[in-house]
Design a binder for this molecule. Structure first.
Ligand SMILES: Cc1ncc(COP(=O)(O)O)c(C=O)c1O
Length: 388
């Protein structure tokens, strides 16, 4: 069978291979500590699940309007209003996860041969969404000295003739860092009139320090926001997210959403309305506090073992650590850590090329006792690896 050329440019997720190996170790009776996972270990909270069950029981199982049910779009608008940001629900498009939003945005904004600037390291699927519409993600290496976020000067320099916009994330995956507010102001001003800015805010809410802003919309009301119920709201498997688009994009995105998806998942939408209820928000907040405790424990634990974290994450549930003091490149480090010590983490090469061979992502999507166990095992591993 003749397949499309783009398939040859799509890399497998290395972490998937590691996950398969982890499953083999588990099948052989070993306890594996999972620090490679990019989703909360908590189940969806009770008020949300109850709303989903109730929706099923009353037969809410048909298609909905392509942009989502009005009550959910209004609830999302209310979420911004509580942050003193006005977003008219007509600009809110409910999607099948942020992933569905990425496909809509790539389809709406990029022609074949055009480029979007992304960060290296960054979320690897961004490249694939660009490639799916015949466009290209141009990587901008981000540096520890800039908190692994691009400066406007870097974006400006990378902005060639075929570049149509930038896709950034704050907090970012795999580094967990926010774009500092002053730099974000420069970026928004610089991009204005030149192209689009998409800000992936799917880790918004999961921030552990005092944040300088909640959303890019405070700084640039014309920015495009990508959001999700997956992370802060703990609903990965419900496949629901949203995008906020400027008025000028609503019509085009509506036509794309109608044709590509017909509608976002119905039961998930009804469940998600309850995600903004006081009970669910209280639960989300208590989970954030638990993540914050794990964040500190894992950070200090890794550093005490000589695994330097060049920039402490501000949010998400990741720490991006330099594993080169083990004497191994990060792919070998991750493979041996899993095979010999049964701790899974993600090698830097899953997120790009820049310094990837020395970096690994550690997720704190495991409870404190698991993190303690992982640290004990990593300590033993470091002794063995350093002896060569
Ligand atoms: C930065 C980033 N953007 C988008 C996504 C896609 O998330 P979802 O489709 O579950 O909303 C992820 C998933 O891990 C992510 O890390």
């Amino acid at each position: 069978m003749k397949m499309a050329d783009r398939l040859s440019r799509i890399q497998p997720f290395r972490v998937m291979e590691l996950l398969a190996r982890a499953a083999e170790h588990e099948a052989a009776g070993h306890k594996v500590v999972h620090l490679e996972v990019g989703e909360p270990d908590f189940d969806t909270c009770e008020p949300v699940s109850a709303a989903g069950i109730a929706a099923l029981q009353r037969g809410a199982t048909k298609y909905t309007p392509a942009l989502g049910i009005p009550e959910l779009r209004e609830a999302i608008g209310g979420y911004y209003e509580q942050r003193d940001v006005q977003v008219d629900p007509s600009r809110i498009v409910v999607t099948a996860g942020a992933s569905g939003g990425l496909l809509l945005l790539a389809s709406a904004l990029l022609n074949p041969g055009e480029k979007v600037l992304v960060t290296d390291p960054g979320y690897p699927c961004n490249e694939v969404f660009a490639a799916a519409v015949g466009a290209e993600a141009q990587k901008v290496p981000v540096l520890a000295e800039n908190r692994y976020q691009p400066t406007w000067a870097q974006l400006d320099e990378a902005w060639g003739e075929s570049v149509r916009g930038a896709l950034l994330a704050s907090p970012a995956n795999p580094t967990g860092t926010l774009v500092p507010r002053e730099e974000l102001e420069r970026i928004c001003k610089g991009i204005e009139g030149r192209g689009f800015l998409i800000m992936d805010e799917i880790y918004q809410g999961l921030v552990y320090n005092q944040a300088e802003y909640d959303t890019v919309l405070e700084i640039d009301p014309g920015a495009i926001v990508l959001q999700s119920f997956s992370k802060y709201f703990g609903m990965t498997g419900w496949r629901l997210g949203w995008v906020v688009v400027p008025d000028a994009l609503v019509d085009g995105v509506t036509r794309l959403a109608q044709n590509l998806f017909i509608s976002p998942p119905t039961v998930a939408q009804h469940a998600a309305v309850a995600a903004f209820s006081p009970a669910a928000m209280a639960e989300n907040e208590s989970r954030r506090v638990k993540f914050a405790q794990r964040h500190q424990r894992l950070l200090h634990g890794l550093e005490s073992l000589g695994l330097e974290v060049p920039v402490c994450s501000d949010g998400a549930f990741y720490l991006y650590a330099d594993v080169s003091s083990s004497g191994l490149d990060s792919m070998t480090f991750c493979t041996r850590l899993l095979d010999e010590f049964h701790v899974a983490c993600t090698p830097g090469c899953d997120f790009g090329d820049h310094q990837a061979e020395r970096m690994a992502r550690f997720s704190f999507t495991a409870d404190l006792s698991e993190i303690e166990l992982a640290l004990e095992r990593i300590a033993q591993a470091m002794d063995v690896f350093r002896q060569g």
